[in-house]
Design a protein around this ligand. Structure first.
Ligand code: GTP
Length: 599
């Protein structure tokens, strides 16, 4: 057990790509926590997808031993936090497990929307904050300007900001010294009843569920029996340990320490992030401040392209859910797509990550239906339904009114692109709440319907600003609006997987755009195919896909058999990624592409 005054717990907050992971790697390397030969780039990003995409998804932790210039030995616990808006909830709870933050800002770029969102979370958690200006090795680095910006925009003192190059290692020693000298030591009572915070949990194929904890008071040893305060479930502890970053068993975790326990807990769902862990006997009854489980906000259907793979899909989804309590699923049947699952995600990135993993790790080709948010449908009889799937929309005559979820979005953008950003927000039914300037950049705050954002807002924002805008959001509750369900009919058959909720005023525009897109996406058939968008029974847009004149093999005159075979095979292959709706084959990509709006 380490003396409290020699422990420092911290996280790193930064905008994506400002160098958080590189800095963490460098701190680990400088203190020889990992032998140089074992040092892979981005030590903390352990999942393959994370490494490939260069994003940090799950919170990771490392314990660093550091001999400071004052001659004392310190334990520094770093909790790495995800950098993407979808995972804001994970950031907030990791923050509550530590006392300080390094605020990393790329000195060639400046403060971005994510920096703001994360640093406010750190301030909320009462953190001491050490500003760090990274990438000073680059010619475009401008530390004075960025330090001033940190003071203007965030409102913290940046005069002592440390100038660092996580690439060359410059400033790393100063950073370690600042962690020791400027961040506060944790407080806690080793003799009080055990009180530990459940920070995170995940599934490991060998060890079962691993629980990341921060001990507040008391001590935890292997072999003891613990109780989860929220459920009262009791488990015998098999192991306690720390991350170096490999898992290393230790005898006891004391106050102020961050480490893990395993306790033959069967699934991640049995552990609630933010929960209080204590001893079964003589434990504390005083739970940590309220925690709220992460709620999925975006829903979509996942169906196998090949319906024979349904059981494989079920298997993969169950396995993924074991490891990710914020991902929800239930079985769904679609008239068009057969058996599949309706799944809930924290946001679009989360959706993409899960979809990628199913396709890649389990080798199942998927059809993803239009993502939807949760609408509140108020019925004439006074009841309220949470609508997760437009296909389940009740008959309009029974509906009184509907509400949709709203967000508060913060966008930071260089002046010259501001006009395009305002237009984009306007087109997405946004209401401007605030518009301010910091240097040559504008900060726009908008109230926007979540529905208009989940699909491709971020992509559009990046494209109209050439990648210079940054964006962050938080949920703001529900508001009534004039919403309708738009169905799509292909060859007079409704395709439920293409139905979406839209604002009444935009339905025509949206419907027309969708029909035009589908006309390009659906291959021509031997017959004419009408493509229609409708609200209730009323058609609001229509396109016709003309018939194919000739058989693909017709020009072979039946003469060259191999060529004919080749053509047919090619056709078959093309078909594999399609699904049949009535007599029409619709390619997989149509389900997503048809919904992308080109504003
Ligand atoms: N020149 C230079 N490049 C750096 C420095 N620090 C980081 N980089 C580069 O900047 C890019 C982003 O760095 P990361 O450490 O992956 O950024 P991050 O903030 O962890 O990103 P997320 O994990 O997605 O949140 C990488 O290509 C790094 O090699 C630096 O000090 N100088």
């Amino acid at each position: 057990m380490t003396d409290l005054k020699n422990i420092r717990n911290f996280s790193i907050v930064a905008h994506i790509d400002h160098g958080k992971s590189t800095l963490a790697d460098r701190l680990i390397q400088e203190t020889n926590t990992v032998a140089d030969r074992d040092m892979k780039e981005q030590m903390l990003d352990s999942m393959d997808i994370e490494r490939e995409r260069g994003i940090t998804i799950k919170a990771n932790t490392v314990r660093i031993e550091y001999s400071a210039d004052n001659g004392e030995e310190y334990i520094l616990n770093l909790i790495d936090t995800p950098g993407h808006v979808d995972f804001a909830y994970e950031v907030s709870r990791s923050m509550r497990a530590v006392e300080g933050s390094l605020l990393v800002v790329d000195s060639t770029q400046g403060v971005e929307a994510q920096t703001l969102a994360n640093v406010y979370q750190a301030i909320d958690a009462d953190h001491e904050i050490v500003p760090i200006l990274n990438k000073i090795d680059l010619p475009a680095s401008d530390c004075d300007r960025v330090a001033e910006q940190i003071e203007d925009v965030i409102g913290i003192d940046a005069s002592g900001a440390i100038q660092v190059s996580a690439k060359t290692g410059q400033g790393i020693h100063e950073t370690l010294e600042a962690i020791v000298n400027e961040l506060p030591a944790p407080q806690g009572d080793p003799d009080a009843p055990l009180k530990a915070m459940l920070v995170d949990s995940w599934y490991d194929a060998y060890l079962g569920v691993i629980v990341l904890i921060r001990v507040i008071d008391g001590k935890l040893k292997k072999g003891e029996r613990i109780r989860m305060l929220s459920t009262n479930a009791v488990y015998p502890v098999d192991r306690v340990g720390v991350f170096t970053p490999e898992m290393k068993p230790i005898d006891v975790l004391g106050p102020g320490e961050i480490g893990f326990l395993t306790a033959s807990i069967k699934q991640v769902r049995d552990t609630r992030v933010g929960d209080t862990i204590t001893h079964e006997k003589k434990g504390t009854t005083d739970a940590l401040d309220g925690f709220k489980p992460a709620q999925p906000v975006v829903f979509c259907g996942l169906f196998p392209v090949d319906s024979a793979e349904f059981e494989d899909l079920r298997d993969s989804i169950e396995k993924l859910a074991l490891n990710d309590a914020s991902f929800s699923y239930e079985m769904e049947t679609s008239a068009a797509l057969g058996f599949g699952f309706r799944c809930g995600f924290l946001g679009l990135l989360h959706l993409e990550v899960i979809r990628d993993r199913i396709e890649r790790e389990y080798n199942i080709e998927l059809i993803t239906t239009a993502p939807s948010v949760i609408y509140h449908v108020y019925m004439k009889d006074g009841s309220m339904i949470e609508l997760h799937n437009p296909a389940d929309m009740p008959d309009l005559s029974t509906v009184d009114h509907m509400e949709e979820p709203r967000i508060k979005a913060t966008i930071l953008v260089p002046d010259e692109y501001l006009g395009d950003v305002l237009k984009l927000c306007q087109d997405r039914r946004g209401i401007q709440l605030d518009l301010t300037y910091a240097g040559s950049r504008a900060m726009a705050v908008y109230d926007l319907p979540l529905n208009e954002v989940v699909f491709d807002f971020y992509d559009r924002l990046k494209s109209v600003t050439k990648g210079y805008a940054s964006f962050d959001y938080q949920m703001e509750g529900y508001r009534e609006d004039n919403l309708v369900k738009m169905s799509v009919l292909v060859n007079d058959e409704p395709v439920d997987a293409l139905s979406t909720m839209v604002h009444r005023d935009r339905a025509e525009l949206r419907g027309r755009a969708m029909c035009e897109k589908l006309k390009d996406l659906i291959p021509r058939h031997m017959f004419k195919i009408p493509i229609q968008a409708a609200i209730g029974g009323k058609v609001i847009a229509r396109e016709t896909l003309s018939a194919l004149r000739k058989d693909v093999t017709a020009k072979c005159y039946g003469g060259d058999a191999t060529r004919k075979k080749k053509l047919l095979e090619k056709q078959k292959k093309g078909k594999k990624k399609m699904r049949q709706f009535g007599r029409v084959d619709i390619p997989q990509e149509a389900f997503i592409s048809a919904l992308k709006m080109d504003d």
